[in-house]
Design a protein around this ligand. Structure first.
Ligand SMILES: O=C(O)CCC(=O)C(=O)O
Length: 262
């Protein structure tokens, strides 16, 4: 389990995030802890027929405690609180499953796909499998969060219908976020990011919690959200009452399990 950074590092990290729009790679848990989580995901989460969202790959923090605990991990929340304050609300999470041969995801900024007002979001991309350039790690362009790139229709052979206008994408500055299982990186809603087709023979699985503050209105009656969607406060309090809230899914969190067994 990683320890939150000491004070001076907190300021350094926040400044890096403001300037570059991302932070990481950082450690969330050990590879052996992630191996146990991966087994749970493969056996119980990706195979389950009952899930709140229309797709098994979205918002599984709403029904599975292990996924909730991963998304609301202190290594993530301590960094996010350091950036936008202690009142934090998870409004979505997405598994990014790319099998061998899986398609490219074109360069894009997430803000254009979501209905948040104001469009404030912090994402973590957590590696469940080992993620390398060969099996299609996410690539980012540091500093690209300072410019809104217009969307244009995507090209053939990608899994998105739209992409960022290539005029706004300087791929010579791209950084490959290769991660060991249990590592993650943070990025904001305007970071340009992309992943190539998976040319390897290995699956690539990650999960990205989406976290905002409770002063943001989450329009959950609009795509990509769904009937029955709710947000969950993961830290601090909701002083605004703008959003439908629910509780974490039942089950002991791993930190509580550790307490009871130690
Ligand atoms: O995992 C990928 O390839 C893309 C991830 C992504 O677009 C996101 O997390 O917003």
């Amino acid at each position: 389990m990683s320890t939150p950074p000491a004070n001076s590092l907190i300021h350094e990290e926040a400044e890096h995030f403001r300037q570059q729009g991302y932070l990481g790679p950082l450690q969330l848990c050990s590879e052996s802890e992630m191996a146990a989580i991966r087994a749970h995901i493969d056996e119980h989460v990706l195979t389950s027929k009952e899930h709140p969202a229309p797709s098994r790959l979205h918002c599984r923090h709403l029904d599975d405690r292990v996924i909730y605990d991963l998304c609301a991990h202190p290594a993530i929340l301590s960094r996010m609180a350091n950036l936008i304050g202690p009142d934090l609300m998870i409004w979505s999470s997405n598994f990014w499953l790319k099998e061998a041969g899986g398609l490219e995801i074109p360069w894009h900024q997430d803000a254009g796909y979501w209905n948040l007002e104001p469009p404030l979001n912090l994402s973590a991309w957590i590696a469940i499998d080992e993620v390398t350039a060969e099996n299609s790690c996410v690539q980012i362009i540091p500093g690209s969060h300072r410019t809104v790139a217009p969307s244009v229709p995507s090209h053939e052979g990608t899994s998105f219908a739209k992409k960022a206008d290539p005029e706004f994408v300087d791929t010579s500055k791209a950084v490959k976020m290769e991660l060991r299982p249990g590592e993650f990186f943070l990025f904001n809603e305007r970071m340009l990011h992309y992943s190539s087709a998976n040319h390897s023979n290995r699956r690539r699985l990650g999960v990205a919690p989406r976290i905002t503050a409770p002063f943001v209105k989450v329009y959950n009656d609009r795509s990509p959200l769904f009937a029955g969607h709710s947000c969950i406060m993961v830290s601090g309090e909701d002083r605004f009452g703008l959003n439908r809230l629910s509780h974490p899914p039942p089950g002991a969190s791993r930190s509580q399990e550790n307490k009871t067994t130690s």
